[in-house]
Every structure is written in C-alpha cells, then in structure tokens.
Ligand binder design. Structure first.
Ligand code: CAA
Length: 445
C-alpha cells in the first residue's frame, strides 16, 4: 500500500491572550508558579467576540488550501472534530464548507462531510477515518480535510479555568504525504468513565483530579494494546512523543509512566537498576498497598535519573512548546504537540526524515489511542511555512476585567454585547444570526 498520512497542517489561534501568571494568578490569589511550573502554562488563547469554532476552523483550512494552491475539487471529504458544537443536527463541516466556497472557485458538493465526537480524541479519530477512506481506495485520488476546532472554556471559578484555550488545526490527509505517514498499527484503551462530560450544557462538568487518573489509566491500556499490534518498543525507537496536552503538567505525569513501561526488559532498565534498584513487580508483594507504595517510590527515583531527564528533554519537552502558550485546544491539542515537535526539529537543524514519533491521543469519557508516525521527506518545507509564532505574538493581551467580558460574550446563558478587542483582517468572522437560528459568517479582506 502507498503511504497515507498528513500532507500539510495549519494552525489558527484565538486572537486574544490571557496571561496566567501576570493577569489570572493575582486575581485568584495564587502563586504564579502554580501556573508556570505546576500546570506548565504561561498563557491561554481565547476567541475574540467575532470568533468561534467555525471561524477558527475555516481560517485554518483557508490558510492551508491557499498556501498549497488546492482546488476544492481535490477535497473529497471534510471531517470536523469538536466538543464545542452548537448544533445537534447540522455538522460544523457544512458551515466550514460554506465559508470555503465563498472565497475559492468551485464548490464542495461532492465532498462527504461529517462531525466526529469523542471529547479531545475526535481529531485523531477523524484522521483514522480519513486514513481508512484512502486505504480502502474510495477517495478517487482526492484528499481529506480534517479540522480539529474548539473553544475550550470552563465555567468561571472551575479549577479547569486555568487550562482554557481556543484554536483550530487543519490537516490535509493524502497519499504520499509530505509531513508524516500514519502507522497501520494502533492501540486503544477505552472504558465508560464519568470524569469530564457536557450533558447538553456548554461548559463541562469535571472531576479534575479523577480525570488525571483516568487519562493515565487509559493511556497505559492503549500503550499495551499498541505493543500487541506493533511489537515491543524501546524509548530510542522514537524521536518525539507528542501526547494530548490538556496542560503540560499532565504530560509530565504521563511521560514518566510511559518511560517506566517502555524501558522494561531493555538495556536502559539494566543500567538504571544499578542506580535505583529493579522495578517492583506485583508478584513480589503480598499486599497491593505495599506494591503501590514501592512503585511510586521507584517512579519518583526514575524521574530523577539522568537517563530519564535526557529522554524527557529530547523527546517530550519540545512537544509542549505551543501548548504552554495557548492552553488546551481539546481536539487540536495532540496535533499542536506534533507541530511543536517538528518546529523543534527545524530549530535544532536536524534531519529527522524516516524517524518515528509515538503519538498518544486521549478523550475524556474515556478513550486513549496510540499510533506511530514516520516523518516524510517534505516535512521541513511544510513546517517552515507556519506562522503560529507570529499569531501568538499578535494576540491582544487581556486585562482581567476584559477577560470577564470575553467569557460572558461566549457564554450561551449570558446576553452580553461586547465590542471586539482586535480588528479582523484576511479571515472569516461570525456575522450574526440567520432566519432559522443558524450562525452566519463572512470573510473580511
Ligand atoms: N509552585 C509549583 N507548583 C505548584 C504550585 C506552586 N506554587 N502550586 C501548585 N503547584 C502544582 C501542584 O502541586 C500540582 O502539581 P501535581 O499535579 O504534579 O501535584 C499542579 O501545580 C496543579 O495544582 P493543583 O492540583 O492544586 O491545581 P487545581 O486543583 O487547581 O487544578 C486540575 C488542577 C484538576 C488538573 C484542573 O486544572 C482541572 O480540573 N483541569 C481540567 C481537567 C483536565 O485538564 N484534566 C486532565 C486530564 S483529562 C483530559 O486530558 C481531557 C481534557 O483535555 C480536559
């Protein structure tokens, strides 16, 4: 089979910024280091009053199609992944297609459109759908457009408020892709959980501490399942490990467990055993509490070893670069982690063609998915054309009072007339309501 994967990617950040240590922490009466060191975040991206999941998704897709000079005729499928949808019937992809048809020649009447839902995992599921569509040879030479777009807002005062974010990732999935090839093998860890959900409500009901444990448990299952499909793995098999990043501190917790798992039976474990002793095994303990205590102590000691810290600095820390500045983009989050890793490769001046990344996606509710991606020849040309750093620098820096207004403006239960903080340019904007309650959009030159 020919290689199938991500040919191109574009990111669109919400146009506003909330500075967490400078603006949010003082009002909350928190030590700024809770945000910068504990959660690992410096700021959140937030949507201006004229932005929503459609504008951000359409803007990312517009940049991608424009830059790649792609005709609408060549797009055979549009899947939008989101957990911020505002319509229970008409999929967001139809709104996005309408936007694209307004600015490009031709139409998308031939394109199969849908909306994918499984919390933050849906973006990766949409990638898999596109992969399967191409692998099954139902695509007639066309590409799929996968868009992950979310306004990840929490209720005011919720512990998750510090991890908010807003942005979209558009990805073109094609045969013989320029960026990365997706592996046929993938692993799943899935269970019926009530850690984070939105039962017909805009802001999530969250059991924050439990959601962290569920993330770790499902990721571990997915890793075991991936190994069943792909065979044993070694940490050195991978150049980067982009993971779903609700906030970088979550990935820090997951990384040490992934390292502990993947060094088992390897030369690395042997080397580390001399320093901190062997990994505890449940068979050697009569009591589960004693085993849990021993494995916790081992994991803490492991996280202090030079081997682990070098691995973390090389393979994990670079994936957090954009997340630190934008917060959680839900469905887009793992895809900004991949992009961050590849931006790091550009900065380091390395040539990672043929190298593999281990990608871990996660959605509350809950399901994790692990697959690998091989970096392709054209990766650098693609990644070098992103302007995400510029977008982040250009965000309007909100005061706390302005942030409160913006949150109200996006709260479906509040009737707030708030003027925009930025002037849109070369982008789609929300343009009011239509006669059937639909949201309307227009392109601003
Ligand atoms: N200096 C350094 N570190 C500090 C600090 C300081 N002054 N003050 C606190 N910290 C550390 C804490 O020790 C903690 O680190 P550890 O978890 O490693 O112990 C970290 O900062 C956060 O502090 P708290 O646990 O006190 O923070 P909190 O209770 O206010 O909220 C949270 C944390 C529960 C994760 C909350 O942000 C939340 O509910 N977030 C939304 C849910 C979420 O993101 N869950 C993640 C898994 S679910 C998922 O991945 C899906 C998704 O996208 C939502």
């Amino acid at each position: 089979m020919t290689a199938v994967g991500i040919d191109a990617v574009e990111l669109w950040s919400g146009n506003l910024k909330l500075d967490l240590p400078e603006t949010f922490a003082p009002v909350k009466g928190d030590d700024p280091e809770k945000y910068t060191k504990g959660l690992g975040l410096t700021s959140s991206s937030l949507p201006d009053t004229y932005e929503d999941i459609v504008t951000m998704g359409a803007n990312a897709a517009y940049r991608l199609l424009d830059r790649k000079n792609i005709d609408l005729e060549d797009i055979g499928r549009i899947d939008v992944a989101t957990e911020s949808a505002f319509d229970n019937s008409k999929p967001v992809s139809t709104y996005v297609a309408g936007c694209l048809e307004d600015v490009f020649e031709g139409d998308l009447h031939h394109a199969d459109k849908g909306e994918r839902k499984f919390a933050c995992l849906a973006g990766t599921q949409a990638l898999n759908d596109a992969y399967n569509w191409i692998a099954a040879d139902r695509h007639r030479g066309r590409s799929a457009l996968v868009i992950a777009t979310d306004t990840a807002l929490y209720a005011r005062g919720d512990a998750g408020e510090a991890t908010q974010g807003a942005g979209a990732v558009a990805m073109l999935i094609s045969e013989e892709p320029n960026l990365v090839e997706l592996s046929a093998e993938y692993g799943i860890g899935s269970a019926d959980e009530t850690d984070f959900l939105k039962p017909n409500q805009q802001f999530p009901s969250v059991d924050g501490k439990r959601s962290v444990q569920v993330y770790l448990a499902r990721m571990r299952e997915a890793l075991e399942d991936y190994k069943k499909a792909a065979g044993d793995i070694h940490p050195d098999d991978f150049i980067y490990g982009p993971f779903h990043t609700p906030y970088p501190g979550m990935v820090r917790k997951a990384a040490v467990l992934a390292y502990r798992n993947t060094i088992r039976g390897t030369d690395i474990e042997e080397e580390i055993t001399d320093e901190i002793g062997p990994q505890p095994h449940p068979d050697n303990f009569d009591d589960n509490d004693e085993y849990q205590e021993a494995i916790r102590a081992y994991t803490d000691a492991l996280s202090e070893t030079e081997q682990y810290q070098n691995w973390y600095d090389d393979q994990i820390s670079p994936t957090l670069r954009i997340s630190r500045q934008v917060g959680n983009w839900y469905t887009g989050s793992v895809h900004i982690a991949r992009t961050s890793a590849l931006l790091n490769a550009v900065d380091r001046g390395i040539d990672p063609v043929g190298e593999t990344m281990l990608v871990g996606s996660y959605g509350s509710g809950a399901q994790a998915e692990i697959h690998s991606e091989r970096i392709r020849e054209g990766w650098k040309d693609e990644i070098s054309q992103l302007n995400i750093e510029e977008q982040l620098d250009d965000r309007y820096d909100l005061t706390f009072e302005e942030y409160e207004l913006v949150h109200d403006a996006h709260n479906h239960d509040v009737d707030a007339e708030v003027d925009p903080f930025t002037a849109p340019s070369g982008e789609f904007v929300f343009d009011g309501w239509g006669r059937m309650g639909e949201r309307k959009y227009r392109f601003v030159e």
